[in-house]
Every structure is written in structure tokens, then in C-alpha cells.
Design a protein around this ligand. Structure first.
Ligand code: PGA
Length: 253
């Protein structure tokens, strides 16, 4: 079975005390996870070491950064390299979140560079894609998201692409409380898997986890995750509430 992942995206939230409290809270609730079920905490850079320490000894729990530089090292003030993340023991990195695309002008080309450097340092990219509202209203979301994949991922080999986790996050559903329906999520995930299969073959496409993101909550996770091509979620707001995120972990297939 494909990996099923509950990924918490804390974004730019919480003080260190609040972060520690949230992690303690979640890690104290024992979960019976199978080998293919994983929990990932994408925390702000200053809390990566704390999160690594907290999850150590908890099988199936991992830590992600929310971004990394497209440069290897050097005079890039304020940037964080993939090598630094690797040296901290971080396993995943979220790349191409719509907030990074919108507020920090990250293009598909820059994201391709970030994907490459993340893989060079053995990080698993959680590559985000998704359409804005006007594209959804025009009904052209499938080709819009397809271009994001093609321009940032399709230079990878079949072996490399299987190391990527994809997160489909319709921008109109992020932080808005307006979730895509489970059927809308399934429809896009099936499309993405077909696009991957056309490029890399069915076996490769079937091995890639595709997460849904956009107003996932404890109350709707089970419905969304039950769809055959939805392999878990990338969760913003609800990941800051221990009880809600615990329910989302429980909803993994
Ligand atoms: P949300 O955010 O769950 O608050 O909608 C999801 C995300 O941006 O990853």
C-alpha cells in the first residue's frame, strides 16, 4: 500500500512554548500506526531541532521544513539550505506551497531547482500544486495543475519521482473553511495520477502518495481520505489544535 500521510503545516505560528506543548500533547496520545501510515510535522525553522528531539523514539513520526533554498550554500543571507536540514536529521521539506508561490514569487523553474537540491540531500519533497479560484471557475484546473507538475517535476527520473510526495491544495480551499468535496479531491487526484502514469507508467504513478490540502479538519478528514487516490492530507489550521490533528491522524487509511 502507498504511504498514507498526515502532514501538519504549522506555517508561521506558535511560540516555542506553544510548539512544545502541542508536540507533547500529540505524542502523548498513543496511536496504533501501521508501517505505511506516517505523521509529519512541518514546523518553522527555529523549532526543527525541538521537533526532531520530540519525535525521536516515535516510529512513523517525522519532521519537515516548510521551505529550503534553491542554492547549495554561500552568500544568501536569510536562506536555509537542504544540506543544513539534512544535518539536523530532517526528513521532509514542503516545496511550492501556494503561499510561497504567491508571496515569495516562487516559479515552477525555481521549484524544480529546489526539488533537485532536496533530493541531492536525501530530503523527501512534499511538492504542492493547486489552482486559484478563477481557474476553478473557468473549469481549467486540470491543465493548470498539470503544468505545475510538468515544469517542476518531469525532468526527474522514474526512480526519483517515486521519492516525491505530492500535495494537491486548491488555493480557494486553503484557510477559507471552504473544503473541496471528497469527490472534487478524488477527481483531481485521479487526474494527477493519470498524468504521472502517462509520463512514468502506471506502476510508478501508483506508488506516489498524493495528499489533499485545504481546510482539512478532524470532522471531514475521514470522508476525504476514504477516496481511493487520496493518501492523506497536508493540514494548516487544524494541525495547530491537538484534538483536531489527532482525529486527522486517526482518519488515515
Ligand atoms: P488549511 O491550510 O488547512 O489551513 O486550509 C492547508 C495548507 O495551506 O497547507
Amino acid at each position: 500500500m502507498r504511504n498514507q500521510i498526515a502532514a501538519a503545516n504549522w506555517k508561521m505560528n506558535l511560540t516555542i512554548t506553544q510548539a512544545e506543548e502541542l508536540l507533547n500533547n500529540l505524542l502523548q496520545q498513543p496511536k496504533q500506526l501501521s508501517g505505511h501510515q506516517k505523521v509529519v510535522f512541518a514546523v518553522p525553522f527555529p523549532y526543527l531541532s525541538l521537533a526532531k528531539n520530540k519525535v525521536s523514539g516515535h516510529a512513523n513520526y517525522f519532521v519537515a521544513a516548510q521551505n529550503c533554498s534553491n542554492k547549495k550554500s554561500g552568500a544568501y543571507t536569510g536562506e536555509t539550505s537542504a544540506e543544513m536540514l539534512q544535518s539536523l536529521g530532517v526528513e521532509y521539506v514542503v516545496l511550492g506551497h501556494s503561499e510561497r508561490r504567491e508571496y515569495f514569487s516562487e516559479s515552477n523553474v525555481v521549484l524544480a531547482e529546489k526539488v533537485n537540491i532536496a533530493l541531492d540531500y536525501s530530503l523527501t519533497p512534499i511538492f504542492c500544486c493547486g489552482e486559484p479560484l478563477n481557474i476553478r471557475e473557468a473549469g481549467t484546473q486540470n491543465s493548470y495543475v498539470e503544468v505545475q507538475l510538468k515544469e517542476s517535476l518531469f525532468h526527474l527520473s522514474a526512480e526519483q519521482i517515486q521519492k516525491i510526495v505530492i500535495a494537491y491544495e486548491p488555493i480557494w480551499a486553503i484557510g477559507t473553511g471552504k473544503t473541496a468535496t471528497a469527490d472534487q479531491a478524488q477527481e483531481m487526484h485521479a487526474h494527477l495520477r493519470k498524468v504521472l502514469a502517462d509520463q512514468y507508467g502506471k506502476e510508478v504513478a501508483d506508488a506516489i502518495s498524493i495528499l489533499y490540502g485545504g481546510s482539512v479538519k478532524g470532522s471531514n478528514a475521514k470522508d476525504i481520505f476514504s477516496k481511493p487516490d487520496v493518501d492523506g492530507g497536508l493540514v494548516g489550521g487544524a494541525s495547530l489544535i491537538a484534538g483536531d490533528f489527532a482525529q486527522i491522524i486517526d482518519a488515515l487509511k
